[in-house]
Write a protein that binds this ligand. Structure first.
Ligand code: NAP
Ligand code: MG
Length: 515
């Protein structure tokens, strides 16, 4: 089988190579998952809980090794990998281990006067084989998130990680197997998006697709899924904005936004891509964030900022800077690669004097650029924040919580942090996902777990007392009259009419049709 190589983007060295799987190998993996699912779908809540808890221990006890796998493939620092790839995985495992029984147990239906003597409830049942396609920016966390959720809900999974971060995808299968998950329930397939990914989304054995990646590819995946009416969850691109009001703690805002913009070299779907700052505090804020940014140590893995991961993404960053500068923007810090540095390093960059005709103000950057824009009134700030095609997340900085909440309400995004950045993602009890072109559906939380299930409604008539309901054939004599009176009894707002209808009903039962 042909192979593809993984190159460490921070130093250009070969990490390893993996087989490029085609439709036959993908089909084999899907069939194997289908077979494994036959028994896994019957696993008790206790068994699932035990495996998830054990998996959290496996990753925590070997955290350094897993962080290095991530770091070698992405060029990010080990610190970034530990914090944003390892921790969220252990956290989500523990969260669903603790809550899965509560979230997935049957839910009782309400009593209904027209359906007396019945029990009613609905159950959450696994869907079958879930296909997961994930990106390279947080390769462990963004692959493991949907895999953990699918497994917790009783599904089997075929995972296609980004080819650049295949090792992280394989690590997830390893973690689950070490935790005692039966073989075949989680499988990782290796290869490119256009060959291996395409084969996965077209495979007839897939019952649901969870995709994290760009909006362009996401739409294509959704179209393919729609041909077989396969449910999907789409976690797509973003252009997140931080609004700093004149009531903000500017030190907190500057530290928070610098981290939100530059962590993981800005390759974060919910990273801060624009800061909009009230004109009265603009200069002060700019000075503070510029100082923090200039002090950042970028470079090798011991620095605070690692390399970027993909050469194509670095090119987008360079093009956006060129486009902005040629349109009149000023670079306050950064803005140029260090020619002495091997690897895909780009310095954290702050720009001013940008406008909405520039690509970096409208298109996703996915790199370490932060334009800072002054505003006069809040309507203007919110208009900019809501003007892009995306709606993933956002941040607001203010000491006035009423002001913060009122801005949060007006932001057309799937999440908002007040006086923080990014952290809704780290709270597993909060649903995560985007509005507009940023995605469809949510994961994490109770609703995220239930999204990986089929809901089945059930009624039970447990008594062997009588053979026929009044509305079954042959229909009850005067049944039409009784229904009319019953409707009035139940729904009329006029007490007099309700009492009269009740009396009429009794007379109809006793005497038949009224004159
Ligand atoms: P991408 O190019 O869309 O790739 C995402 C995944 O899709 C990769 O595994 C890729 O495989 C695969 N793929 C590509 N073409 C495919 C095809 N024709 N059929 C099936 N699969 C295919 O995105 P990316 O560049 O990896 O990731 C960056 C994007 O992801 C950004 O837009 C970012 O905002 C978004 N993102 C969103 C979230 C969120 O939660 N909302 C989180 C993180 C990232 P290969 O890589 O092997 O080609
Ligand atoms: Mg890509």
């Amino acid at each position: 089988m042909a192979e593809f190589e993984i190159i460490n983007p921070s130093n250009g060295e070969l990490v390893t190579s993996y087989p490029l799987m085609g439709p036959d190998e993908v089909d084999e993996a899907v069939k194997k998952a289908g077979l494994a699912w036959q028994s896994w779908s019957g696993a008790s809540f206790e068994t699932r809980k035990e495996i998830l808890t054990k998996a959290a221990a496996v990753i925590a006890e070997d955290a350094e090794r897993y962080a290095r796998i991530v770091s070698d493939e992405t060029g990010k620092t080990v610190m970034d990998a530990l914090m944003a790839d390892i921790y969220p995985v252990a956290g989500l495992l523990k969260y669903y281990a603790k809550n899965l029984k509560k979230f997935l147990k049957p839910v009782k239906g309400e009593a209904n006067i027209f359906l007396p003597a019945r029990k009613s409830y609905y159950t959450y049942e696994p869907k079958g084989v879930v296909g997961v396609i994930s990106p390279w920016n947080y390769p462990l966390s963004l692959s493991a998130g949907p895999v953990i959720t699918a497994v917790a809900a009783g599904n089997a999974v075929v995972l296609k990680p980004s080819s650049q971060t295949t090792g992280s995808g394989i690590a997830i299968k390893e973690i689950f197997e070490k935790a005692g998950l039966p073989e075949g329930v989680v499988q990782t397939i290796t290869g490119s998006g256009s060959v291996t990914g395409q084969a996965l989304i077209e495979n007839e054995g897939i019952d649901m697709l969870f995709f994290t990646g760009s909006t362009g590819v996401g739409k294509m995946v959704n179209v393919t899924a729609a041909k077989r009416l396969i449910p999907t969850i789409m976690e797509l691109g973003g252009k997140d904005v931080a609004i700093v009001t004149k009531n903000a703690n500017l030190d907190r805002a500057a530290h928070s936004i610098a981290w939100g913009a530059f962590t993981n070299s800005g390759q974060t779907c919910i990273g801060m891509e624009i800061a909009i700052v009230h004109k009265d505090v603009y200069e002060q804020f700019l000075e503070k964030i510029t100082k923090i940014t200039k002090d950042l140590k970028s470079g090798d893995k011991s620095g605070e900022i690692g390399s970027m991961t993909m050469a194509a993404q670095l090119k987008i960053v360079e093009e956006q800077v060129e486009d902005a500068v040629s349109g009149g923007a000023a670079i306050i810090t950064g803005g140029k690669r260090d020619p002495d540095k091997k690897g895909l390093f780009y310095p954290p960059t702050i720009l001013t004097g940008t406008n909405m005709n520039m690509k970096l103000m409208t298109d996703e950057t996915f790199g370490p650029l932060l334009p800072i824009v002054p505003y006069e009134n809040i309507d203007e700030a919110i208009e900019i924040a809501n003007s892009t095609e995306f709606g993933l997340s956002g941040a607001i900085f203010t000491k006035d919580m009423a002001e913060g909440r009122s801005i949060a309400k007006r932001m057309n995004t799937g999440s908002v942090n007040i006086n923080d950045v990014l952290i809704t993602f780290a709270n597993h009890s909060l649903p995560f996902g985007g509005n507009k072109q940023s995605g469809v559906g949510r994961y994490h939380s109770k609703m995220g777990l239930r999204a990986f299930t089929n809901i089945k409604s059930i009624t039970e008539f447990p008594w062997d007392l009588y053979n026929k309901e009044p509305y079954w054939y042959p229909v009850l004599k005067n049944g039409d009259l009784l229904i009319k009176e019953a409707l009035r009894v139940l729904f009329s707002l006029d007490t007099g009419k309700r009492v009269k209808a009740a009396l009429n009903a009794i007379l109809i039962i006793l005497k038949g049709r009224l004159k």
